[in-house]
Design a protein around this ligand. Sequence first.
Ligand code: B12
Length: 216
Amino acid sequence: MQTKEEMLRKLSDCVFDMEDEEVVDVVKEYIECGYDPQEGMLQGLVDGMKRASELYEEGEYFVPELIVCSDAMYAGIEEFQKYLPETENNSIGKVAIGVVEGDTHDIGKNLVRIMMETGGFDVHDLGRDVALDTFVDYMRDNDVDILCMSSLMTTTMPGMGIVIEKLKEAGLRDKVKIMVGGAPVSPAFAEKIGADGYTRSAIEAVEFAKKLVGAA
Ligand code: B12
């Protein structure tokens, strides 16, 4: 049997090498070895995406390569989802999540969604490239405990602050906790725009969210 480290590396290689079919078999093999699915996603598949990102930054991978890498990543995530622990029927809180207007990067947002669901939250996914007013309208029409906004681009990040300002204007800011994240987002930025929290990773996001709803 291969060690967990060897299997994590295989998962990472599948994403990095754009193996969007082989990845499914490797996920099955990893699970058959009895290793943890969350770890497989976050330390295997995501590691492959990080390595691909590095080559993109160095000018060796281009957008088409990244798209196929993300296809492989999604194929792996889809397979892993079958093995995640069943979420309990009693939800510990309602979360709405989306990627702000102008931004179509949704891998990180989807990981946060999956981890939140596995952690016991009832999650409504607003999608990517979500119009800023859609966030506000959703908060007006639904009872949500936590709004999560994601942005991967410095050009779209300010949209998160604008949503918070719009929520204030609509008298809705105090009814919801707000978490923000995405690679260019920092704790200082989160504080500046008046969010209630920021975390660097999807796993930390769940722990933080549990504290916000008093479930930790
Ligand atoms: C993959 C990728 C793509 C893929 C996206 C596929 C998809 N469906 O998402 C494709 C190829 C389509 C793409 C397109 C583009 N991309 Co791109 N892309 C990337 C890349 C390489 C990796 C992003 C990624 O998926 N990371 C892996 C995930 C797991 O990490 P993550 O998203 O950060 O999420 C983690 C945390 O941040 C956190 N998190 C995320 N969201 C949230 C939310 C909350 C509430 C919390 C608490 C936590 C949290 O948890 C996650 C898991 O732990 C980045 C480089 C980088 N270093 O980020 C560039 C990058 C983001 N892209 C960039 C650009 C410019 C583009 C394009 C404009 C390229 C082009 N010329 O067409 C288009 C943009 C189109 C658009 N309007 O959105 C730039 C942005 C520059 C900027 N202005 O800031 C980057 C930084 C690359 C670069 N250095 O130039 N891209």
